[in-house]
Design a binder for this molecule. Sequence first.
Ligand SMILES: Cc1cc2nc3c(=O)[nH]c(=O)nc-3n(C[C@H](O)[C@H](O)[C@H](O)COP(=O)(O)OP(=O)(O)OC[C@H]3O[C@@H](n4cnc5c(N)ncnc54)[C@H](O)[C@@H]3O)c2cc1C
Length: 423
Amino acid sequence: MTIEFELPKPLVQARTVLQTVAEEMMRSKSRELDENEGAIPWDYIEFMHSAMRSLGGGSLAPREEKPDWQPPDPQKPARPPIAYQLLATQIETLAWGDVAMYLTTPGGGLGAAAVQAAATPEQKAKFLKRFTDEKPTFASMAMTESGAGSDNSAIRTRAVLDEKTSEWVLNGEKIFETAGDKSLTHYEKLGRGFVVVWATLDPGAGRAGMRAFVVESGTPGLRVVRLEHKMGIRASDTATLSLQDVRVPFDHILGSATVEKTTQGFKGAMATFDATRPLVAASGLGVARAALEFLQSKLAESGVQIRYGLPRQKLTNVEREVIDMEIMLKSAWLMVMRAVWMADNKKPNALESSMSKVKAGDVTTKITQRAVELLGPLGYSREFLAEKWFRDAKITDIYEGTGQINRLIVARQILGYSGRELR
Ligand SMILES: Cc1cc2nc3c(=O)[nH]c(=O)nc-3n(C[C@H](O)[C@H](O)[C@H](O)COP(=O)(O)OP(=O)(O)OC[C@H]3O[C@@H](n4cnc5c(N)ncnc54)[C@H](O)[C@@H]3O)c2cc1C
C-alpha cells in the first residue's frame, strides 16, 4: 500500500484560483477594513457571489449529492469524496488573504451548517436554495447568550408553541453572532437570509429541551440591537439580537417538537460543530501561514538564511524558531485534513474535529505572536499586517468552543466520559 501525500488536483486548482483573489482583492483592503470597523467589502461580496454562482453554487459549503444521483459506474475508478477537504483548502487560502474578509464571504456560514446537520430533506430544500439566488445572501447561527456561552445548556431563550396558530413564539436575547447583521439587514443589496436560533422548549429539561429554529430576516420582533467593537476580525460583523414575540412557522423547528428524555436536540448542535470546527481551524492556519511567510520574507531581505538539514545545535535561535513554526503549521494542517477527510467519508469525527481546533488555536496564536516578536518594530508597526494577524489570530481559540472546552471534548472522547462525568 502506498501513502499519498500529494493534494488531489481539484484542491490544488482551488488554491491557485483563490490565491489570486486573496492577493489581489483581499490583501489590498486588509488595512483599510481593519481601520474602518463596520465597513462592508461589497466589491468582494459581489465578486465572490457571482464567481460561486457561475461554478454552480452560491455558498462556500460542501455540495449535497443531487436527488438524481446515480451510483458510480463500476467500470470507472470511484472518485473519492473531497467536499470538506476542498472547503478547508479554500478557507485556508482566503484566510491567508484576510480572515475577516473571508468571514464576509456570502453564503450559509454557520446557519446553513446547522441546517445541513439537523434538518429534514424538505427543510434543506426550503432553506438552502436561496444561496444560489441572484443576490448574495447570508445565514448565521445564534447560540450564545450573556449567561450561556461554553455551557450552552444554560440557554434561556424560550420557544413556546401557540396551539391556536401552530406557530412557535420565541423570546430572548442572543449575543456575539457572526454575520448576524448581514443575515438580517441590508435588504437593498442582499437576499433574504436567516438566523438559526437555539432556544429551549423547557428550561427545566437542560440539553434535552434545546432546539434550533430557522428565523427568516424580516420576521417581526427580530432585531439587530448592537454591533460589537472588536480586537480582531473587525471586517466581520458580530451582532446582538433581540427576539420579542417572534413568530415562526411550525416546520421551522430543526428536529423533534416534543421534549423527550434524550439530548437529540443538543446532538444537532454538536453535529454542526463537528463539521465546522476543522473549518475554523483551517481559517486560523491561513492567518498563521500569512504571518510565517511574511516573517520569512523579511528575514531573507535582511540576509538571514534558514539552513535546513543542519543539526539543531548548529542552527541559530532564529533558524530553530522558524523551523519549529513550520513544523507546528504543517502538523496542525495535517490534523485539519484528517478531520475533514473523515467528514467527507462520513466517519464520526468529534474527536478529530475538536483536536484540530485545539491545535490550530494554539499554533495560530503562537506563530502570529512569535512573528510579531521576531520582526521587532516591523511587527508592532501598523505599516505592516503582522500586528493585525496577531489580533485576528486569537478568535480561532474562542468561537465554536474555546480551547479549554475543546480539550474537554477530546478528553471525554478518549476516556469515554459523558459531559456530566467530566466538565
Ligand atoms: C468574534 C466572536 C464571534 C462569535 N460568533 C458566534 C456565533 O456566530 N454564534 C454564537 O452562538 N456564538 C458566537 N460567539 C460566541 C462564542 O462561541 C463564545 O464566546 C464562546 O463559546 C465562549 O463563551 P463565553 O464567551 O460565554 O465564555 P465563558 O463560557 O464564560 O468562558 C470564559 C472562560 O472560561 C473557560 N471555561 C468555561 N467553562 C470551562 C470549563 N468547564 N472548563 C475549563 N474552562 C472553562 C472558557 O474556556 C473561557 O476561557 C462568538 C464570539 C466572538 C468573540
